[in-house]
Design a protein around this ligand. Structure first.
Ligand SMILES: NC(=O)C1=CN([C@@H]2O[C@H](COP(=O)(O)OP(=O)(O)OC[C@H]3O[C@@H](n4cnc5c(N)ncnc54)[C@H](O)[C@@H]3O)[C@@H](O)[C@H]2O)C=CC1
Ligand SMILES: CC(=O)[C@H](N)C(=O)O
Length: 373
């Protein structure tokens, strides 16, 4: 029997199947037999759905990392301060605590997550909690729990409460057997880190929930993200953030990747804009639910050369970290994001020269830039 027909028969025997026969619209929890997450068949009665005319009510998980605070600020400008709740398991510094709503949320605590979604009438969820590539290899069981079990909690809450869900994936979702130059959206994905494995799992689970339960799941595979006012959380691309701090402070930098290691990268403003654009894209424009997005690709040597144009005395040395190097050598060198450009009009603003000027200006090296020019 063809698989699709077999599945339709199985679904037909499940409780809660809609009379129309469209097997994508029934909320997941109706099928979870003995799970404490089981919800009544009229669950949609109390789930708050986003009508399209209201402002979304946003929750960001893992919001105190490199990207979350920037995302909150960006979304608050668009949707209003009180409509965007930042959450994490860490204690926020004063300026973040007083900058807008902040709440404790451990994604491993399903009940806590559900309570927050219900009490705050959340309609959009940006799921940023994760352990990144290098720190994940040093804490495999924690990475497995946060990146996989945590994701399951988020998917279930999102499906039960009819949320639009954004989960970032990464260049790290590819591995040594993927085409590396360029790497297309659809190709073999056999990553060799727990981070990469968990992100492929997230892509597949999110897409499965979309096709199976109608969850509005949207996912971008980010390149390495470079930000000026936030610290990276333990990744392989962290060097491309740290180099700016050290260049401005000390005029030199010790790089933990080889000079020739080419990786896709993006400035944070482009990353946050891509994230909002894909969340706002009409569903019918999305031919896929997981897209590569890209801006530029460079090596540590390319970056050092660009920095030298502004800080002529800058020096880079190399002390290779074998774990990070092995990871980087298995990742894409160039990212093919033509589907994102075609489907929802993705276009980056920052290439390497603009990135370096912007980062140096932020770090207060205007005088040196002026002197160099
Ligand atoms: N920063 C980058 O270059 C890239 C990031 N991404 C993805 O974007 C997302 C955000 O990345 P970053 O901000 O850089 O990560 P980060 O490592 O800086 O922050 C992650 C946050 O998750 C929180 N967290 C850990 N365990 C938690 C738990 N049990 N419950 C709730 N929160 C928990 C941490 O406290 C931390 O604040 C991640 O999913 C990451 O995989 C993807 C590609 C590139
Ligand atoms: C590219 C990423 O996902 C992250 N910055 C990492 O290096 O782990």
């Amino acid at each position: 029997m063809p698989v699709a027909r077999m599945l339709r028969q199985v679904v037909g025997q499940m409780p809660g199947r809609p009379a129309c026969g469209c097997w994508t619209s029934a909320p997941l929890a109706r099928f979870l037999g003995t799970s404490p997450r089981q919800i009544p068949a009229d669950a949609n009665f109390y789930s708050s759905s986003f009508s399209g005319t209201d402002q979304p009510r946003v929750l960001i998980t893992g919001g105190l990392g490199q990207l979350g605070v920037g995302l909150a600020n960006f979304l608050r400008k668009r949707f209003g301060k009180d409509n965007v709740i930042l959450s994490d398991i860490r204690k926020p510094p004063d300026h973040i605590f007083h900058g807008g709503p902040f709440i404790y949320s451990d994604i491993l605590d399903y009940k806590n997550l559900r309570e927050i979604v219900v009490n705050n009438r959340i309609t959009w969820l940006f799921h940023y909690s994760a352990l990144l590539s290098a720190i994940g290899e040093a804490n495999v069981s924690l990475a497995r729990a946060v990146n996989i079990t945590g994701l399951h909690n988020v998917l279930d809450v999102a499906a039960e409460h009819n949320l639009r869900l954004f989960v970032p994936s990464t260049i790290g979702a590819f591995g040594p057997t993927s085409p590396r130059n360029p790497t297309p959206d659809i190709c073999i994905q056999r990553p060799r880190t727990i981070y990469g494995v968990s992100k492929v799992h997230a892509e597949l689970m999110g897409e499965y929930y979309h096709y199976r339960y109608g969850l509005d799941f949207r996912c971008l595979r980010y390149p390495g993200i470079i930000s000026a006012d936030s610290q990276p959380g333990g990744g392989t691309t962290d060097y491309a953030v740290q180099i700016f701090h050290d260049a401005v402070k000390n005029g030199k930098f010790e790089c933990n990747l080889k000079s020739s290691t080419r990786l896709p990268m993006m400035y944070i403003d482009d990353c946050l804009r891509a994230t909002l654009e894909v969340m706002e894209a009409p569903a019918e424009s999305l031919s896929m639910r997981t897209y590569n997005v890209n801006a530029m690709s460079f090596t540590p040597e390319d970056l050092a050369q660009e920095l030298l144009k502004h800080i002529p005395e800058f020096q880079i040395t190399y002390n290779v970290d074998s774990v990070r190097q092995a990871i980087a050598d298995s990742w894409p060198m160039n990212f093919d994001d033509s589907n994102a450009r075609k489907d929802w009009g993705w276009k980056h603003d920052f290439d390497l020269p603009e990135l370096v000027t912007t980062m140096l200006n932020f770090h207060g090296s205007d005088t040196r830039v002026a002197q160099a020019n």
